[in-house]
Ligand binder design. Sequence first.
Ligand SMILES: CC(=O)SCCNC(=O)CCNC(=O)[C@H](O)C(C)(C)COP(=O)(O)OP(=O)(O)OC[C@H]1O[C@@H](n2cnc3c(N)ncnc32)[C@H](O)[C@@H]1OP(=O)(O)O
Ligand SMILES: O=CC(=O)O
Ligand SMILES: [Mg+2]
Length: 296
Amino acid sequence: CSSRRAILYVPGDDIRKLNKALSLDADCIVMDCEDGVATNRKEEARVTIRQWLDEGRASNSTSEWSVRVNSVESDLCKEDLQTVLGGANKPPTLLLPKVESKEHIQWHMGGCQKINLIMYIESARAVVNLPDICRTAEQLSSTAPLKPAALVFGSDDLCANLGVTRSDNGTEILYARQKLVLVAKAFHLQAIDMRVQVLCFDNIPDLDGLQRQCEAGARMGYTGKQVIHPVQIPIVQQAFMPTAAIVEWAEGLIAAFQEHQKLGKGAFVYKGSMIDMPLLRQAENIIKLVSSNTKV
Ligand SMILES: CC(=O)SCCNC(=O)CCNC(=O)[C@H](O)C(C)(C)COP(=O)(O)OP(=O)(O)OC[C@H]1O[C@@H](n2cnc3c(N)ncnc32)[C@H](O)[C@@H]1OP(=O)(O)O
Ligand SMILES: O=CC(=O)O
Ligand SMILES: [Mg+2]
């Protein structure tokens, strides 16, 4: 499956921004019913999203047009699901915020079309229960029309839940950020990183800061990031795409590895480094990442 590098939030009730998103190149567009939508606009958001799906408005877009519903514990989730999934044209991916326990994903949906499920981890309870949540999602996916696809690190809600004042690099929530990647990999889920908290000074987004945070996330094993503004999309997409030099290194390493295997050598030196099986796996990861990213 292709990985979602830049996932862009668009408030589901904001038709101007939805139209704008048609011209953008985000990997995944999240039509939001949750925190980007005012409480008195929730119905407007779900109805607008249903209309977009019914009319196939994004059918020519190369982005994945998905929907974030409200959390199971809000009073809004059931109605969101009924409206958003209650038509012939279903979104390919559903994002479920504030998943806290396995009980939150033990809910049912009608229909037989498989829908990707992206789960938000954004509270202390969710971080503690994370393996249990993923295991339950995996088990349910054999019978439910849901296919667990990714975990999102919801740093804003996590900070609010913990009472944390976050610095730019997020040291205060590093443990949770790393735990999410670890558990995601254990359950073959994509790990999608936190959004940058500070967007701008005088309305000029801090794109260098964004780039640095993407690179740090990529080093930790994240392969995508949440964004809220169009200018952030290309920075994120590029940061989560290996450079040509790295791809060349990986291809060369794989070829050299195969040659040395034929010679009966499991370890050898390539471009000044000792290479053995784990390095081959790293090189294969890079090639896999390139082929799973359809947009450049
Ligand atoms: C923690 C979380 O859960 S994050 C998710 C919840 N938050 C959100 O969804 C916020 C999403 N982002 C936004 O709503 C906006 O970017 C804001 C409110 C922060 C700023 O909006 P604006 O003041 O309109 O920004 P700005 O003037 O720089 O926008 C430039 C252009 O990009 C468009 N744009 C801005 N953000 C978005 C977006 N998220 N999606 C699509 N288009 C957008 C604007 O409509 C404008 O286009 P236009 O001139 O053709 O109308
Ligand atoms: O939903 C995202 C978050 O950071 O909270
Ligand atoms: Mg959140």
